[in-house]
Ligand binder design. Structure first.
Ligand SMILES: [Zn+2]
Ligand SMILES: [Zn+2]
Length: 171
């Protein structure tokens, strides 16, 4: 799949000259694995790659326009995700950092995905004052389409309450 390769950068030339830098702009698609994200537009990452002793340092920022869902009323909210990216890649396999591939490639897709996910609010709200959906009829209470419900009629306990009001004369 093409889209999976768009975040792969070859750094084999760069790493041969420690201290040298390279600026890259990458664009592609990620699929945020988050319930609150309904859609994620193209991701753009502006990154600076710096050759350091033992590997490459990647830093910059990734952005994407997203459509989130309000946690209370489920309406759509447009959200501009902006995530800092900071990651080192080592020439050799190590526990501290991911390694540059044998062919000199580093695949940034997982990193960009994770950083963008972290920038998404856990509980998105269309507004702090969102009144959510009516638990009885499901209407959006922000729109005032629910006129309210007479509690005693709707409540499954209504009949029970009525029974309890009858004095226990026969007891
Ligand atoms: Zn809402
Ligand atoms: Zn209602």
């Amino acid at each position: 799949m093409d889209s999976m390769d768009t975040f792969v950068v070859n750094v084999s030339r760069l790493v041969r000259r420690p201290g040298s830098t390279r600026q890259v702009t990458l664009a592609g698609q990620v699929e945020p694995a988050l319930d609150q994200v309904e859609r994620c537009g193209p991701v753009k990452a502006e990154l600076r790659l710096e050759a350091m002793a033992g590997g490459v340092w990647v830093c910059g920022v990734a952005c994407a326009e997203m459509l989130l869902r309000c946690n209370r009323c489920l309406s759509r909210i447009s959200f501009k995700a902006e995530a800092p990216v900071r990651q080192a890649y080592g020439k050799d396999e190590s526990e501290d950092m991911p390694a540059i591939g044998q062919d000199g490639d580093i695949d940034l897709s997982g990193l960009l995905h994770d950083e963008l996910c972290l920038s998404v609010p856990l509980v998105p709200l269309c507004s702090e004052a969102c009144r959510g959906l009516c638990p009885v009829c499901g209407a959006d209470r922000n729109e005032g389409s629910c006129q309210g419900h007479s509690e005693s009629r709707e409540s499954p306990f209504a009949t029970l309450e009525a029974l309890l009001e009858v004095p226990f004369e026969t007891a």
